[in-house]
Ligand binder design. Structure first.
Ligand SMILES: Nc1nc2c(ncn2[C@@H]2O[C@H](COP(=O)(O)O[C@H]3[C@@H](O)[C@H](n4cnc5c(=O)[nH]c(N)nc54)O[C@@H]3COP(=O)(O)O)[C@@H](O)[C@H]2O)c(=O)[nH]1
Length: 840
């Protein structure tokens, strides 16, 4: 049989128990017990059956029994013993024994072996004596605890009567008086002796036990105890300083006193223990709640790494219920992603350092692998041995997703999921580095969506976004491994092509044609069909540039070439373009100077009525006389001025000069109506209307003499501002014309909404008027529809009589073109005008 664990440094019952247990059989008679108790001078006898305690009889029980049932001295003890017997294991602590005494209100405990056999007895006194009570005994005097009102009986009292009185009282001794003096003492032990001698009936108490020994009442209990031990007595009478008997003190009173103190201390100890227990139970409950409610998964394992507890978050994360994992090793969660070394290191660290934490991949019940942040702590017991492992982990799946998203945002375009500018640049640098090392070529393409703004304006941004995504997808589909398509934002896409043979190889042209063809296929979003195209500009490393930024600039400039070519096409960057770019930069700075130096002039080109053949008005056309380069076409510098935000200053000159010229002609007696061109960007500035009204006012020109020509792009880029400006201009009598009709979006609904006066058909429709039936049909329709909308129609770019005759048949209102007159300086125009007005 294994020995119960020894409680460290704690006194055990077996250390203080009296081992020679006096016991008897259950059928032992009462009178035999009295003999035994008297003979052994003991206070109690244990009744055993097959060595197991089944009852107990004390001195007090026996006297009581004797007095009540005198005639039954032969009664077997089983009939009056106290049963069952409260026992205590020899391995229990003395404190536990003290607690048992208290809780059962008894004075003796039978000590048993682990087998249950009785092996000794322990009294409350033994427990008290086991503690260091000397100090307490010193601190108290006999006077403090003595019984100062003892039972005092006359010496003539019979023993039987005295015992009856004693038995009925709580006292264990009484004093005997003779002639007013205390002469003797009668105790329970004396009673047992008398019972044993069967003399209780025939004698008086004055003969029992003469008083031989007294102690003074101010004696310390420590000294009193020594007297008791020295004389082997249980009771003593006490005296005051005058030698007068003042009370009785018993040995057990002394012990009881200390015992009471001890019990008080024990009680305090117990209640402290209760409080601690309550607190720890409370803490346990709290810990329990925390574990249950924790958002983090918690796993508790025993010393053998077997799972003994998991919380609901564990089940939520792993999919395993508590019942499925209890008793299992946590390696049931292993994902297989870590090498065995990983786990070996982890356990080694855990054992040596007491904890481990880190990121680990585990597998859920459904087989999916997930990342978690795991902290394991080894918990040690009182002996310092690892008794448990507590693991806490959080699912990092969402964190990883966020990290991936942040990474994606940093390197990828959110809308199309294609690489963004940053990633594109990184990859381009890498590609160029590699190409330099190995003598390879790299192509960079700049892809711009044609008329994307119109898609947004017409169908809304949601569809616009879908179109961009689809274009990105279609381009991506055409790429080989190692190539990159990126979106920098807006409607721009960029390509890196790494496997390029030659700058103008059919291979790259075929590839670019595939992109053009793929993008131009119709797209269907819900019920909306969208058709769009792209323009592509391409530059090559190392031919065009050897740096990433320069290559992108070259591709950007080539895309303009593709757009000029009519869009839905690609163009390679050329050295001619390179020169043009250079000259464009130069022109930009020259333009600034031109504004300051007033290098501009206005030329005037007449418009003639088809019916009368007489001039109706003229169009003011801007000329820049460059000091070195001579005349520069507005087609060249107006877009540049728009790009450089110089158009407003230039436009202001045009308004001012046209009005000044009208005033000048007016002074000379000619009222000439003039049309000025207004760029879409001028509407964005916001004060175009004010500028016009101010100039008219300043030069005293009636508004009806002025008309404004604007292109369709003004409606597209800033429809609200344009509409407001048009309404204000028209409200003052200024006519508004839509220029170059047919080259842009050609929407008649715009024209109706904008409330215009004049529509100018672009000259591109007139070039092939004679040969092209389609063009004739288009022009004729435009004229007809314009008339329905109440608009005057001007056909521009008339260069020959055939065009003139065809337009006459179409009922066009006015004509403009080289056939009639080229744009002229003001003086020439005036001469021409006079000539025309005066001719027949
Ligand atoms: N925002 C401003 N734009 C202006 C201004 N002045 C001119 N422009 C625009 O520049 C473009 C080119 O103008 P220009 O070089 O002056 O060419 C005009 C005519 O010379 C040309 N034209 C006229 N008749 C014929 C012809 O029979 N054949 C032929 N090949 N060309 C011809 O057309 C231009 C006038 O076109 P339009 O304005 O569309 O009526 C041009 O777009 C101008 O609008 C300015 O001050 N501000």
């Amino acid at each position: 049989m294994s020995r119960p664990p020894q409680v460290n440094n704690r006194l055990l019952v077996r250390h203080i128990a009296q081992p020679n247990l006096i016991n008897c059989q259950p059928d032992t008679q009462a009178d035999q017990l009295v003999q035994l108790m008297d003979e052994k001078k003991i206070g109690s006898i244990v009744v055993c059956e097959q060595h197991r305690p089944i009852g107990i009889v004390t001195r007090h029980d026996l006297i009581n029994r004797w007095l009540e049932h005198e005639a039954t001295a032969t009664t077997a003890v089983r009939h009056f013993m106290s049963s069952p017997v409260i026992t205590i294991s020899e391995w229990a602590s003395v404190d536990d024994a003290g607690q048992t005494f208290l809780s059962h209100k008894i004075r003796h405990l039978v000590v048993t072996k682990t087998s249950g056999e009785a092996c000794g007895i322990i009294s409350e006194t033994d427990v008290v004596n086991s503690h260091s009570i000397e100090h307490d005994l010193f601190m108290r005097s006999v006077d403090e605890i003595a019984n100062h009102s003892p039972i005092i009986l006359d010496g003539e009292t019979s023993v039987l009567a005295a015992l009856t009185i004693l038995n009925e009282s709580n006292d264990s001794a009484l004093l005997v008086r003779q002639h007013n003096d205390i002469k003797g003492i009668l105790t329970e032990r004396d009673a047992i002796k008398l019972l044993a001698q069967n003399r209780q009936h025939d004698i008086l108490i004055d003969t029992c036990n003469p008083l031989r020994l007294t102690i003074e009442e101010d004696l310390s209990l420590y000294n009193a105890r020594q007297v008791f031990n020295q004389h082997r007595v249980q009771h003593l009478a006490i005296t005051n300083h005058g030698g007068e008997i003042t009370g009785v003190i018993s040995y057990s009173d002394i012990l009881k006193t200390v015992e009471n103190d001890h019990i008080d201390r024990l009680r305090e100890l117990l209640s402290e223990r209760d409080r601690a227990l309550e607190k720890s139970q409370h803490n346990l409950k709290l810990a329990d709640k925390v574990i249950e409610a924790s958002m983090e998964a918690i796993v508790i394992c025993d010393r053998h790494a077997r799972i003994v507890r998991v919380n609901p978050s564990f089940t939520e994360i792993t999919g395993y219920t508590s019942a499925e994992v209890l008793g299992q090793n946590p390696n049931i969660l292993s994902s297989g992603r870590h090498r065995p070394d990983f786990y070996i290191d982890m356990w080694q660290h855990l054992t040596e350092q007491g904890s481990w934490q880190g990121e680990i991949w585990n597998r859920r019940k459904d087989g999916s692998v997930y990342p978690e942040w795991l902290s394991i702590t080894a918990i040690k017991d009182e002996e310092g041995e690892i008794s448990q492992y507590a693991s806490i982990f959080t699912d990092l799946t969402e964190v990883k997703k966020s990290e991936a998203r942040i990474k994606r945002l940093a390197y990828f375009d959110e809308l199309t999921r294609l690489p963004n500018r940053k990633l594109f640049n990184d990859r381009l640098q890498l590609s160029l580095g590699y190409a330099k090392e190995h003598g390879h070529r790299v192509a960079v393409a700049y892809i711009d969506v044609d008329f994307f703004q119109q898609i947004n304006d017409l169908h809304g941004h949601e569809i616009g976004d879908k179109v961009l995504k689809e274009i990105g997808r279609r381009i991506d589909q055409q790429l080989d491994d190692g190539d990159t398509v990126a979106r920098f934002g807006g409607d721009e896409f960029n390509l890196i092509l790494t496997d390029v043979d030659d700058d103008d190889s059919p291979q790259i042209s075929e590839f670019l044609n595939r992109i053009l063809s793929s993008v131009s296929q119709p797209m269907l979003f819900d019920d909306t069909e969208i058709k769009t195209t792209v323009s592509i500009g391409v530059s090559f490393f190392p031919t065009d540039a050897d740096k990433a930024e320069a290559l992108l600039k070259c591709a950007d400039s080539a895309v303009h070439l593709a757009k000029d070519f009519g869009r839905n096409s690609f163009r390679f960057f050329s050295s001619e373009q390179h020169r043009m770019i250079q000259s464009r930069y130069q022109m930009g700075s020259d333009l600034q100077v031109a504004i300051d130096n007033q290098e501009f002039q206005l030329y005037y080109q007449p418009k003639v009525s088809l019916k009368t053949g007489k001039p109706t008005s003229c169009e003011a056309l801007l000329r820049w006389l460059h000091p070195q380069l001579g005349f520069i076409s507005p087609e060249e510098f107006i877009p540049l001025a728009e790009d450089l935000d110089l158009i407003n200053r230039i436009g202001h000159y045009v308004i001012e000069e046209a009005c000044r010229q009208m005033a000048d002609w007016s002074l000379q007696g000619d009222t000439v109506n003039v049309a000025i061109n207004v760029s879409a960007k001028q509407f964005q500035q916001g004060d175009i209307v004010e500028q016009i009204f101010a100039a008219l006012q300043q030069h005293q020109i009636p508004p009806q003499q002025l008309s404004v020509e604007l292109t369709e792009t003004s409606f597209l880029h800033c429809p609200e501002e344009t509409k407001r400006a048009i309404n204000e201009l028209r409200s003052q009598g200024i006519q508004v014309a839509i220029d170059d009709f047919g080259t842009g979006y050609s929407s008649l609904s715009y024209i109706r909404n904008m409330a215009l006066d004049i529509l100018k058909i672009d000259r591109s429709f007139l070039i092939n008027l004679e040969e092209s039936e389609v063009d004739r049909a288009i022009v004729s329709s435009i004229i007809e529809m314009s008339h329905v909308l109440g608009l005057q129609v001007v056909a521009e770019g008339i260069e020959n009589e055939t065009q003139l005759n065809i337009l006459k048949g179409m009922n066009c209102d006015q004509l403009q073109g080289f056939l009639l007159a080229r744009p002229m300086p003001p003086e020439d125009f005036r001469n021409w005008y006079h000539h025309q007005m005066n001719s027949r």
